[in-house]
Write a protein of this length. Structure first.
Lengths: 152, 295, 596
């Protein structure tokens, strides 16, 4: 029943720096976090996703050799973590992306220092935006505020 | 009196051996407790419930459900069901389907013997009966924390994490459609998460038919993801969603749909039919109704 | 006598404590016999003890407000019994919850998650009413206790009594509404508030008489009241029988028939006879509470109580004995002279004691109106004391109701001011009391506290603030058991164009760009430039070979075979063609524009 469990891995198994990826080189978050436009989970990249670009030496940075050797040895799914939201919370990345919410609106800009923004999230911050009390300048469509919209 | 070295080593090794022995015994016991109940046990329990079903339904005529009368109600969606009593033969496949879809736990043998099951769908008067999602729900009125609440599209929703277990809602349901988790089903090995989409409930919370809220949620989320941000005046109507019980019924006696959508099979099949509801619920604006008699 | 009482209390309390612990650990399955009724012994015990608490306030506060003279000792015993009863009345609703740690969700204030309790529920009214009642009773008791040391505090007793008088009736009305607002046929009836209040006062009088027997004196007024209330209860029971056909025989015998034996002088004059009468009333009313709460039980014999039920009863009775007599003993021990702190009573009747009290107060120079002299309510002293605090209380209640009505949690609920009304009087009473005492202490300097009491008050305030903070923060959420890693391949079913667009923006746009033209920022600098999308070229290659390119890869493009299904690849190819078409069209328009 269900998919086989993937063992928890240390996030630092492949050296990864957000500052070298993302906006600065013209990459959208969804390029690696493949579910962030269409799925509930944003997901972490698989090795194949990394290899899409890293099949070629991308820069002359000496670090790239270390990276290439680590990638060659890496697991198919190098990153995994326990879901940070409780199980009774239904959060769908795709719906928010489709509504025009930018990744940085919720996750902040801390991802450049490899912080995903968990300290910014609680039910109160979700409700404030859903009730229209924050992000007024972005003009989002009114969002659902009844319990069963996000819980089950 | 102190002991000499020999005795000390003897007692240490004795302790170590005991630890190994009893430590070993613990592991198989834990594994036994963590054993998941088989599918057959769930099927057998449904059969037992069917054999014991004694309650009957006292039905009176009700008008076709329209839009909800609560403030902020959706003008487009009001989900509900109609159960065709003539088509239903009491086979109970809907009960099993609901139990597997919603991870409804088994009950201990003493409770089963007394006919107290956790099933969200009961057979009453050889008709499947579940929470009718009253538009004017007495349970929601008295819940102290707001765990029992109503969605704008007509579901009487139950938020398990907000439930404090006062059981006031259960006391106030005129037809006892709500079930209370007296036992920690997971610890007793009575629960199994057949469907990962639906959470297992903790001990001490109430549960009841959710009109497969998870299916409706997933459909709505998928619909809203596919929209382009600027375009589409089209709204989500929940078309194509079926509850587990409606899907499982071999006679199509359970029809799920949207009372406010003319294209919904629910509206089409209940047009010009007389609709019934239990007497105690008739004034509470039920969303789930019964049909009988040919057109 | 004290020693035997404490031993008896302990003998009941300890097994009771075990039953309580077991109940909290096991949850409602420990005492639930029948899931039809959903409530059982704990709620019967709750209603029973809350009723007993009310009589204490009746005798102290209501008698004081109505100028019915009761000696200091009886009044203080009554107030202490209220407080001890409230302790147990508070424990039972907590322990009967299925998820005890979620009890904070019942508080009608915004919490850290942005949630709000359902203010229309009688349980929320219950929570507020009882909390405020307990607080105010404590303040009233402490004030009364301290009037011997600080005579100036006497000024505040009657205003507090006037606050407590409606509060008592309010609380038990709300408790009765727990039942009367439901659909259970046996619980319907607009007379329920009167029914419950009468039962409360009746049982409370019985308890008071028991306690006075233990003190070694009697107040004939209270015994007579007990008899009168037994008649009143019988009338209500007969009314209930005529209305609904429900009748609890055992309750009628114990609390209706047996108390009539007071009319026989032999029983009445004997201390043990009086004790027996009071005990009979208490037993009868407890059976009646059991009968009300679990109507399916029918007669008590049909569904017997199990050991947990008996344990919970023993816990409350034993606990009451221990707590009440313990505190009573402590107070009479620590203060000057045993018994004198509670007041001297020489065992004679009320009138004599009353006269003594009056003389003592006259000696201290406290102005009291002469008996039989009528004062306009708004000219009375207590009104002058209460005026400003009441105003503050009403203003606060108004602001509170406006705030509650504006909460967005109630957007989908039929919710109006009428749903909040039961909460308002406790709010008013609480704010009034706080204002009254704050003004008395800080503004008027009506009394001073010795150093250790100042520290104690400060510590209590800090604890109260911590409690409020805990209520606000709520419990922590359960961590997820699910693991997130990379996306698995989807189901091989046809994809819509909008979904294909999302797939393209995710997988392909990094190099090919969102519009099919290149992602300039990335490809020139880091990655080789891909092929330009051209309608003719795409058509000549054909959909099948393009799908193969996606799945199997080509120069500078990895295979997507394990990550995209063939249907998704086909969808992408179709989307690519629409992109190419619109690119060609916009190029043509661009040409046309530049040509003009």
């Amino acid at each position: 029943m269900g998919e086989p469990r993937v063992p928890e891995r240390a996030v630092g198994s492949i050296p990864f720096d957000h500052a070298l990826h993302g906006d600065s080189i013209g990459l959208d978050c969804a390029a690696c976090h493949t579910g962030s436009r269409a799925s509930a989970n944003a997901f972490m990249p698989s090795k194949a996703d990394c290899m899409d670009c890293h099949r070629l030496p991308l820069t002359e940075n000496p670090g790239i050799e270390t990276l290439d050797s680590m990638l060659a040895k890496a697991d198919d799914r190098p990153w995994s973590h326990k879901r940070h939201l409780p199980d009774h919370v239904v959060f769908h990345h795709g719906v928010h992306a489709a509504a025009g919410v930018a990744c940085a609106d919720c996750h902040g800009r801390g991802y450049m220092q490899n912080r995903y923004g968990a300290e910014l999230f609680n039910m109160q911050s979700c409700l404030k935006c859903h009730r229209g009390e924050t992000f007024k300048e972005k003009g989002f469509k009114p969002a659902a505020t009844y319990c069963a919209a996000c819980h089950r | 009196m102190g002991m000499d070295r020999r005795e000390f080593i003897k007692s240490c090794s004795l302790v170590a051996v005991m630890g190994l022995l009893f430590g070993c015994r613990k592991i198989p016991l834990e594994e036994l407790a963590g054993d998941l109940p088989s599918l057959k046990r769930f099927e057998d329990e449904v059969k037992l419930a069917l054999s014991q079903a004694k309650k009957t339904l006292d039905l009176v005529k009700v008008p076709t459900p329209g839009a909800l009368k609560i403030p902020g109600a959706s003008a487009l969606n009001r989900f509900g069901m109609a159960i065709d009593l003539d088509a239903c033969d009491g086979c109970g496949k809907c009960i099993l389907a609901c139990n597997l879809e919603n991870n409804v736990p088994l009950v201990p043998d003493e409770d089963a013997a007394r006919g107290r099951f956790m099933h969200w769908v009961d057979m009453r008067g050889s008709a499947p009966f579940m929470c009718v999602h009253c538009g004017n729900a007495p349970c929601e009125r008295v819940c102290p924390t707001g765990a029992a609440n109503h969605t704008p599209d007509g579901l009487s929703a139950m938020m398990y994490k907000r439930c404090t277990g006062s059981r006031f809602c259960g006391a106030n349901c005129p037809v006892q459609a709500r079930k209370f988790n007296f036992n920690d089903a997971q610890k007793l090995g009575l629960a199994r998460q057949f469907n990962r989409e639906v959470p297992l409930r903790d001990k001490g919370v109430m549960e009841k038919c959710s009109l497969c809220l998870h299916r409706l949620q997933n459909d709505r989320l998928k619909f809203k993801t596919s929209l382009t941000v600027d375009a589409s005046a089209e709204e989500w109507r929940g078309r194509g969603v079926k509850t587990a019980c409606a899907e499982a019924c071999p006679k199509n006696a359970i029809i799920f749909g949207n009372w406010l959508d003319e294209k919904s099979p629910l509206v089409k099949l209940t047009k010009n039919r007389e609709l019934y509801a239990p007497r105690e619920l008739a004034d509470l604006d039920p969303s789930v109704v019964f049909m009988r008699g040919r057109r | 006598m004290f020693k035997y009482l404490m031993l008896a209390g302990l003998a009941l309390f300890l097994p009771g404590l075990y039953a309580l612990g077991y109940s909290i650990f096991e949850g409602p399955s420990a005492w639930m016999v029948d899931s039809r009724t959903f409530w059982g012994t704990p709620i019967s015990l709750f209603v029973f003890w809350i009723g007993l608490a009310h009589a204490g306030t009746l005798l102290s506060a209501i008698f004081l407000a109505l100028d019915i003279k009761l000696d200091r000792r009886t009044a203080l015993i009554a107030e202490l019994s209220t407080l001890v009863c409230l302790v147990f009345a508070g424990i039972f609703p907590l322990m009967h919850l299925g998820v005890v740690e979620n009890f904070y969700m019942v508080m009608p204030l915004l919490d850290a998650r942005g949630n709000f309790a359902n203010v229309g529920s009688p349980l929320v009214w219950d929570f507020c009413c009882i909390a405020v009642y307990a607080l105010l009773s404590l303040v009233f008791f402490m004030t009364h206790l301290k009037t011997r040391e600080i005579p100036a505090l006497d000024k505040y007793r009657k205003p507090m009594a006037w606050l407590l008088f409606p509060l008592v009736l309010w609380v038990h009305t709300v408790v009765s509404l727990d039942f009367a607002t439901t659909f259970v046929p046996q619980w319907r009836g607009a007379f329920f508030p009167v029914y419950f209040i009468a039962g409360a006062i009746f049982s409370g009088l019985a308890l008071m008489n028991l306690l006075l027997c233990s003190e070694g004196y009697r107040v004939r007024l209270l015994e007579r009241l007990q008899l009168i209330f037994s008649w009143f209860m019988c009338a209500i029971w007969i009314w209930d029988l005529m209305l609904k056909g429900s009748f609890c025989t055992s309750a009628f015998i114990f609390a209706g028939v047996l108390p009539q034996f007071r009319m026989i002088a032999v029983i009445r004059e004997n201390k043990w006879g009086r004790i027996a009468l009071s005990l009979s009333v208490l037993i009868g009313l407890f059976l009646e509470r059991l009968y009300i709460v679990s109507p399916e039980f029918g007669s008590y014999a049909a569904s017997p109580l199990n050991w947990i039920d008996w344990g919970l009863i023993a816990f409350s009775v034993g606990g009451f004995v221990l707590l009440f007599f313990g505190i009573r003993r402590y107070l009479s021990w620590k203060m000057e002279g045993a018994g004198s702190y509670f007041g001297e009573v020489d065992g004679t009747d009320l009138a004599d004691a009353e006269q003594q009290e009056l003389e003592k107060e006259g000696a201290r120079g406290i102005e009291k109106p002469k008996k039989g002299f009528y004062i306009q309510p708004w000219a009375s002293e207590e009104y002058h004391v209460l005026r400003l605090p009441l105003l503050v209380g009403f203003a606060f209640a108004l602001v509170y109701s406006i705030w509650v009505l504006s909460q967005s949690v109630f957007a989908n609920v039929e919710f109006s001011f009428a749903n909040i009304v039961p909460l308002l009087y406790p709010v008013i009473a609480l704010v009034t009391t706080v204002t009254l005492y704050v003004r008395a202490y800080f503004v008027e300097h009506a009394f001073t506290l010795p150093r250790h009491e100042k520290w104690a008050s400060a510590i209590v305030l800090v604890l109260v603030a911590a409690c409020a903070g805990a209520f606000f923060a709520g419990g922590s959420s359960q961590n997820s058991t699910n693991t997130i890693d990379s996306q698995s391949i989807g189901v091989d079913a046809p994809v819509s164009q909008s979904h294909a667009r999302l797939l393209w923006n995710t997988r392909c746009a990094t190099c090919h760009g969102v519009d099919g033209k290149f992602n300039e920022k990335f490809v020139r600098e880091f990655y080789p430039v891909p092929q330009k999308l051209d309608v003719q070229r795409l058509d000549s290659l054909g959909a099948d070979s393009l799908v193969k390119v996606i799945l199997n890869g080509r120069a500078n493009m990895n295979a997507y075979a394990g990550r995209l299904t063939p249907s998704e690849a086909l969808g992408l190819v179709n989307y690519m063609q629409t992109l190419a078409k619109s690119a060609t069209e916009s190029a043509k328009e661009g040409d046309n524009d530049s040509a003009r």
